[in-house]
Each structure stands twice: as structure tokens, then as C-alpha cells.
Design a protein around this ligand. Structure first.
Ligand code: SF4
Ligand code: SF4
Length: 402
């Protein structure tokens, strides 16, 4: 999924949508929004713990920094602690810089074509807006992973707060539950926590991203003693661990009407989106009259009405449009190629005339159709139009001035 800002395109699971396709873009955004809200309501901070790039790269930066510190301590075991810290920081920065460029490249590629971005990167473009934005985002990324990391989640990220607002008494939580007093107070869960909190104090701490590192830590230490972990995922405050004898819909988190309503809403939007995408025509074609003049009469006496055609090829192959006139005897199209070709992604706006001999017309208004033979896609599109003829049955010819 990406938004190509310069080309005003929205890519959604392989479908190229134009920003002007408002209904599909709207349905897509609504579907994603409800999906995110449903996920937060049912599964808590699932996004933060398992999908968020900020969290993934923060944990990667933590791991990398620890490895570098261990490496430097091993190689410079005779050096002073301050010197070792300095060398480790330099080494970490040297690794982080290209990593920040890569992360920024991926991020900015969601909004501009990757090839264009790649060329800007190779030419160290710092003059154009795109180059300056790229360099700025790289700097912010570098500082983020050098200094902020998980602090970003509690200090800046609005989605973390939003998820906390969406959860309720049935939401999946990381839960400390120790009725048998099994905890040995080893504090391994606290040391393992990337957010530096103690889950034993509460399952509702704002900092907790539900990454489950503490569950792994506790399982590891208590497992060695032949005991079960006392930190686990559980549904809501009561710590319902959803035993296998529960209903399947309770086991997957559908524990009240609110959740089922959200799921139904999600299905409605998904269905609407699927239908909108399946009936979408690759060629967008509109024909409208140009009423600056109602009609004109050519030197040969034929009556002209001018029209405009707007066409966009939203598909991946060349399109061909052929126009003709129906319901007006001897009516012809003039001023546009017989077969208008449109390359993929191309839009065109063209004017053309419908030309009819006066003998085929009633005075005043004449109903007619403009037929568009469009390939590929739906053929035989019809546009109901009106052709104006002079009220006077024998008009005075004049040369068209347009
Ligand atoms: S308390 Fe556990 S689940 Fe929450 S952030 Fe810390 S390690 Fe992750
Ligand atoms: S890791 Fe488990 S046993 Fe150790 S302090 Fe944490 S909850 Fe207690």
C-alpha cells in the first residue's frame, strides 16, 4: 500500500487507484480505520507490539547497540570505560547512518516513486524539495534511533494513546496473575522490558506496548524451575485466559455485542470495497456539450454542435476510444481522431464536433446519442445528448469562427 503524491495515485494490494476515485479511496480509508480500531479494541496494542516499524527498528537498534558495546569491551578490555563508551558510540553511529538512509528510503517510497528517489539519493540531491525532505527525514530517523527509540512511543506517538482509549474490560492484555505465589522476584521481566516498566504493578501502564518480552522472560526463568509463567496474555482485567473449552468466538476475542458490531461493520466496508474495485472501469470517459455557442453553420450548410471529451486510462494497457453518432441520420464526428489512443496513466481532454446535414434535423432540439467504443473494458458506452439546430428551417450559412 502506498500513496504516490506526485502522480496522485493510491496503490492498494496491487490495485492502482486514482485520487479522483473518491468512493474507492474513501472506502479503503474507512476500512483501514475500522480495522485498526477493531484490532485495538479486541487485541489491545497488537500493532505496537508486533507491527509498528518504530518499535521494530527501536528493538533492532537496542540489540545492535548491545552487541557493539560487547564487541568493543571484548576488543578494548584494557581501555578506560570512557574510551570504550566513546568508541562504541562512534561505531554505533557508523552503522546507524546507512541504516537510517535505508529506513528513510523505504518510508519516503510510500509517497514518491522509488526509482526517482533512488536517483536523487545517488546524486546526493540537496537542492530540490524532494532531496531536502529525504535528507531531513534521514536526520530525524537517525536521531530517533540514536536517542529516542521506545521513548517515542510514550512521549510522541498519538496512536499509542488512541489504543489505550479504545480498550475496555474485554481487551487482550499482558497480565500478571499469580494466585499460587509462584513469582520468585527475579526481576527478569523488568530487565527484559524494552519500556523499562514492571508489569507486575499493573496491566494498564501507558508504556506497555504488549510486546510480550516479559512473558518470554518469565517463561524462561520459571520454566527452568518446572513452573508455569505468571505473566501471560489474558482477556481483560479478570485475567480470563480463554481456556480451550470456551466458545470459539470468545477464544478469538468476540466477547460482546460491540465487537460483533465492529466486525459486521468491517465486513460491510470490505464488501463495499470489493464491489467498488470489481466494477471499476479502467477507462474513465465523460462527454459533455460545449455550450459557448449552441450551434454553428458551416459554409456547406451543415450544422455543427461542439462537445468535449474527458478520458483517463487508469489501466495498465493502451486504450482505444472510438466515437460515433446514433439517432441522428447522417450525423458524423469531426475534429478528433477516428481512434483516439490513450497510453496507461494518460489523461486527455479533447473537443470535437457533431456534424449533421440540415435535412436530417428538426428545428430546435434534437435528441441523439454519442456512442463510445472503448477497448479494453466495457464496450458500447452511450451518452444521451442534445443537438441544437437553428429554429429557422433554412438558416443563413456562416463560417465557423472557432
Ligand atoms: S511490560 Fe511486558 S509486554 Fe509490556 S512493554 Fe514491557 S515487556 Fe513488553
Ligand atoms: S520474571 Fe516472572 S518470576 Fe521473575 S520477577 Fe518477573 S514475574 Fe516474577
Amino acid at each position: 500500500m502506498r500513496i504516490d503524491l506526485p502522480r496522485q495515485r493510491f496503490y492498494f494490494f496491487g490495485v492502482e487507484l486514482w485520487i479522483s476515485e473518491f468512493s474507492i479511496v474513501f472506502l479503503t480509508l474507512m476500512f483501514l480505520w475500522i480495522l485498526i480500531a477493531a484490532m485495538a479494541m479486541i487485541y489491545g496494542r497488537f500493532w505496537c507490539g508486533y507491527l509498528c516499524p518504530q518499535m521494530i527498528f527501536s528493538e533492532t537498534a537496542n540489540g545492535l547497540e548491545k552487541r557493539i558495546i560487547r564487541f568493543v569491551n571484548r576488543k578494548l578490555s584494557n581501555g578506560s570505560p570512557r574510551g570504550r563508551r566513546f568508541v562504541a558510540a562512534i561505531l554505533f553511529g557508523l552503522v546507524l547512518l546507512p541504516a537510517s538512509v535505508l529506513v528513510t528510503f523505504v518510508f519516503v517510497s510510500y509517497f514518491v516513486p522509488p526509482l526517482d528517489l533512488f536517483h536523487r539519493l545517488l546524486s546526493f540531491d540537496l537542492r530540490t524539495t524532494g532531496g531536502i525532505v529525504g535528507a531531513s527525514v534521514t536526520l530525524v530517523t537517525f536521531l530517533d534511533f540514536a536517542l529516542l527509540r521506545q521513548r517515542f512511543c510514550t512521549a510522541i506517538c498519538p496512536y499509542g494513546y488512541l489504543q489505550n482509549m479504545l480498550k475496555d474490560k474485554h481487551t487482550l492484555l499482558v497480565h500478571f496473575h499469580d494466585p499460587l505465589d509462584t513469582c520468585i522476584n527475579c526481576n527478569k521481566c523488568v530487565r527484559a522490558c524494552p519500556m523499562g516498566i514492571d508489569i507486575r504493578k499493573s496491566s494498564h501502564q501507558l508504556e506497555c506496548t504488549h510486546c510480550a518480552e516479559c512473558i518470554d522472560a518469565c517463561s524462561g526463568i520459571l520454566g527452568k524451575l518446572g513452573k508455569q509463567t505468571v505473566i501471560q496474555y489474558a482477556w481483560g482485567d479478570p485475567g480470563d485466559k480463554s481456556t480451550p473449552d470456551g466458545n470459539w468466538f470468545r477464544r478469538i476475542g468476540l466477547r460482546d455485542g460491540k465487537r460483533i458490531a465492529v466486525l459486521v461493520l468491517l465486513l460491510v466496508y470490505a464488501t463495499g470495497l470489493s464491489i467498488a474495485i470489481s466494477v471499476r472501469q479502467p477507462i474513465l470517459l465523460r462527454i459533455m456539450p460545449d455550450r459557448i455557442t449552441l450551434y454553428s453553420v458551416a459554409a456547406d450548410g451543415k450544422i455543427h454542435n461542439r462537445f468535449r471529451m474527458l478520458a483517463s486510462n487508469r489501466g495498465h494497457v493502451q486504450a482505444r476510444i472510438r466515437l460515433s453518432v446514433a439517432d441522428l441520420k447522417d450525423g458524423r464526428i469531426e475534429g478528433i481522431e477516428d481512434r483516439k489512443l490513450l497510453e496507461p496513466g494518460e489523461s486527455a481532454q479533447e473537443q470535437f464536433d457533431v456534424v449533421v446535414p440540415p435535412a436530417s434535423l428538426h428545428a430546435g432540439i434534437n435528441k441523439m446519442k454519442i456512442l463510445a467504443d472503448v477497448t479494453p473494458g466495457k464496450t458500447g458506452q452511450q451518452f444521451q445528448e442534445t443537438f441544437f439546430a437553428p429554429q429557422d428551417a433554412s438558416p443563413t450559412p456562416f463560417t465557423k469562427s472557432r
